[in-house]
Design a protein around this ligand. Structure first.
Ligand SMILES: *[C@@H]1O[C@H](CO)[C@@H](O)[C@H](O)[C@H]1NC(C)=O
Ligand SMILES: *[C@@H]1O[C@H](CO)[C@@H](O)[C@H](O)[C@H]1NC(C)=O
Ligand SMILES: *[C@@H]1O[C@H](CO)[C@@H](O)[C@H](O)[C@H]1NC(C)=O
Ligand SMILES: *[C@@H]1O[C@H](CO)[C@@H](O)[C@H](O)[C@H]1NC(C)=O
Ligand SMILES: *[C@@H]1O[C@H](CO)[C@@H](O)[C@H](O)[C@H]1NC(C)=O
Ligand SMILES: *[C@@H]1O[C@H](CO)[C@@H](O)[C@H](O)[C@H]1NC(C)=O
Length: 454
């Protein structure tokens, strides 16, 4: 904590503002998923395999749609055009969630005491077993994450294996994973970091599915990959704030004023509730300043304003209420991915220097390292919410291990959706993406961890 505060005061305010700006523009400008698939279906279709864009909606629609109970009075939906007509400071109001008793947490602690801590360990260079797939072989690769294709030629970032201190990770076996997914729907729900993990999982698993048995249905909110021979899906649902918000369109969302409904998670839960395995994340979208709350009973778009952490806590509470009242751990598995760290301040790992993750080629080896990109108060809040859910949620604690990987980000080696001005090109660090992760790379290991105790 002390180190954290000291750093902050040393770090020039101007630089900090600048970094926040860079982070902001990357986070929002890249969230352009349709473009990824447009590339796939139109522009550069020569080097894309058309099989991946088969629009086959019959597969899951053949199962009868379950009835969805709509709330008695559905409040006005939010979209990118929604604006608050008036805004006051947050009143302290909390949503009246049904009181669910705290789940017995015994099982989780017990399980952890027996097994080794998978999240405590180090990165080991291993160019014989890694990468687990080739970037150019994966038909679902995103131009945002294909670093080699976009000019990154130091391939070292692909060769690191995560080595827990007291055990070894099981060897990745795609067939074995598919057997576990047979007949199931697996869904990632969250922001672009979670989407990167979803793409990583597709790349890790698609090679054992015959080309005519796999298909993908791109859609702006929910994208579904199907493996017909396993009757299984691997899906991604865009819900960066978990609760309903005016950023729920994955392609075309509002940037300057984020409004959420702290008492409504229904828009998303109605789409994720049928999944058998759910993997959630949420973090970076709460790190861009205050957010606005619009309660369901407020007419006339009368909003309240709250800081990002407070807003995230409310969304997490709404999510936790859903998990608590809908999840039977014997039937469904729920995972929560902790914060994915950013590396915008080289100062963090090399005191006194300027810059960011640009040109970093090796992980950090100091096991105590913790950077300013991972917010401790957020971690504490998430710990608190998750502990109430006991064995209903498994935590995949990727924060510390990803903190070490300052070398794993795309930096300038990705597609940027807007043309770069000559001034920016002349200063690569200024437009480096230190948020997302190159593939093959760090998210592959997140997926290995996800399936360790599956
Ligand atoms: C869905 O609602 C319809 C009409 O109310 C009803 O006839 C049907 O039985 C319901 N189905 C299920 C699965 O609850
Ligand atoms: C793996 O790395 C070692 C050490 O850098 C190098 O000597 C070797 O050629 C590499 N092997 C492969 C298959 O790239
Ligand atoms: C990646 O491609 C290289 C040659 O291009 C090949 O030797 C290697 O086996 C491939 N790796 C995987 C995981 O498919
Ligand atoms: C992977 O798993 C399948 C199914 O469990 C098994 O038949 C196969 O031998 C495994 N492959 C390896 C390399 O362990
Ligand atoms: C496919 O899986 C779904 C559940 O996701 C199940 O309802 C359906 O019966 C399965 N179909 C076959 C042919 O096994
Ligand atoms: C994740 O690990 C960090 C240490 O790296 C710890 O402080 C934190 O409490 C853990 N979070 C959860 C939700 O388990």
């Amino acid at each position: 904590m002390q180190r954290w505060q000291k750093k902050k005061s040393q770090f020039p305010v101007i630089a900090l503002i600048f970094l926040v700006f860079v982070a902001f523009s990357i986070l929002y400008n890249e969230c352009n998923f349709r473009q990824v698939y447009q590339d796939q279906s139109h522009s550069d279709s020569e080097d894309r395999d058309q099989r991946s864009v088969v629009k086959d909606v019959s597969f899951f629609n053949s199962t009868p749609a379950q009835n969805i109970t709509l709330p008695k009075k559905q409040p006005v939906g939010l979209d990118k055009f929604s604006t608050c007509r008036s805004t006051v400071t947050y009143s302290g109001r909390r949503a009246a969630w049904g009181v669910h008793k705290t789940e017995p947490s015994g099982r989780r602690e017990e399980a952890q005491a027996e097994a080794c801590d998978l999240f405590s360990g180090k990165w080991v260079f291993d160019n014989t077993s890694y990468p687990l797939y080739n970037e150019s072989d994966c038909p679902y690769m995103s131009d945002q994450l294909a670093c080699h294709k976009h000019g990154r030629h130091d391939s070292g970032y692909q060769f690191w294996r995560w080595q827990p201190h007291n055990c070894n990770l099981k060897r990745w076996n795609a067939t074995e994973i598919w057997e576990k997914l047979r007949g199931k729907r697996l869904m990632f729900v969250g922001d672009s970091l979670n989407r990167g993990q979803w793409i990583s999982l597709l790349c890790l698993l698609e090679s054992v599915i015959p080309a005519d048995k796999q298909s993908i249905t791109p859609n702006s909110e929910l994208t579904i990959f199907r493996a017909e021979n396993y009757n299984a899906t691997i899906e991604f649902l865009w819900a960066p704030l978990l609760a309903e918000s005016n950023s729920d369109d994955a392609v075309d969302h509002r940037l300057d004023e984020r409004i959420l409904r702290p008492d409504s998670i229904f828009r998303h839960s109605s789409r994720w509730e049928h999944a058998d395995i759910l993997i959630f994340n949420s973090y970076l979208w709460w790190r861009q300043g205050p957010v606005k709350l619009l309660w369901g009973d407020q007419e006339n778009m009368a909003c309240e304003e709250i800081d990002g952490l407070g807003g995230m806590e409310m969304a997490m509470d709404a999510w936790a209420d859903w998990v608590s009242s809908h999840i039977d751990p014997l039937e469904k598995k729920v995972f929560f991915m902790t914060m994915s760290p950013t590396h915008f301040a080289k100062e963090d790992w090399e005191p006194g220097s300027e810059g960011n993750c640009y040109d970093e080629k090796e992980p950090i080896y100091d096991e105590r390292y913790w950077g300013t990109g991972s917010d401790l108060p957020t971690m504490e809040m998430v710990d608190k919410v998750l502990s109430r859910l006991g064995s209903k949620v498994s935590v995949i604690n990727i924060t510390q291990l990803s903190e070490y990987r300052k070398d794993g980000h795309p930096t300038i080696y990705r597609k940027f959706w807007e043309p770069l001005s000559p001034e920016r090109v002349a200063n690569p660090a200024a437009y480096s993406d230190c948020i997302h992760w190159c593939l093959p790379g760090v998210p592959d290991v997140w997926n290995e961890l996800l399936f360790q105790n599956f």
